[in-house]
Design a protein around this ligand. Sequence first.
Ligand code: ATP
Length: 288
Amino acid sequence: MKELYLNAYAKINLTLDVLRKREDGYHDLETILHTLSLHDGITLREASRGVTVICNDASVPTDTRNLVYRAASLLQKTFGVERGVEIEITKHIPIASGLGGGSSDAAVTLLGLIQMWKLRVDRRFLIDLALRIGSDVPFFLVGGAAIVRGRGEQVDPLPPLPPTWVVLAKPPLEISTAWAYSHLDLTAIKRRPDTPAMQEALRAKDLLRVARLLCNVFEELVIPEYPLVGEIKERMVRLGAYGAAMTGTGPVVYGLAPDEETARRIATELASSLEVQVDVTKTFAEQR
Ligand code: ATP
């Protein structure tokens, strides 16, 4: 196998709760994630040695800071692989947005290289490797809809939504995940997600109920600091979305729309009235 092409899908958090800060400094999460059809392209090409990363977006680092670089070199070191790889990333997922692009790229790189290098990796060990790259990476090994707990290592699949139109709006803000976690006051959170109810709504394939239950504890921190995020949420609902929420630690806000026409109208109206970059996509669950 000389070359392998893989899609790395984006995600949204339908719910996101932070349960507690642990003694090791990490946080225990409880989050329901869903993949979208929006994806990056990852091409893996056999090389005689080393790891080389190339990317069509010059703002993405291609050195050891890139999560695909880390994924490849972690596999090489762990399994003593002497062969190399050139990894080409074609970015479509907005960067540093809460859509998990880097983590998804890393997860498919792990899966692709295991195939390319014919490695035998036990499931538990693979999750462990993925977690060393980032807390969203274990989820992306599976994708679809799932409830994710712990630091991100406990991934339990849920029934995915039927393909649902999703509007994405990215305000021109940079929110560092480290800033968000260090400023979240766990004792002061007023509205936490009803995670059991969201699981039920997914099992019942009840889109309206899913939309009403969308909830992310980071909104209480981010919206007072960046009111544009709250403004986008409100507008999405006023323009016809069933529900809207921020994904991850932001700043992207997504809205679930009843149909394609409404999704495109929401996107157009948002882009003409607010300083946002918009995208229209759908929920998606790949059979892996
Ligand atoms: P998450 O929701 O997991 O926090 P995100 O969508 O907010 O992810 P990413 O797009 O993964 O964030 O990028 C965060 C930072 O990671 C970027 O600023 C970038 O410099 C770095 N990075 C490392 N690898 C990648 C990659 N493959 N694609 C994009 N950014 C990457």
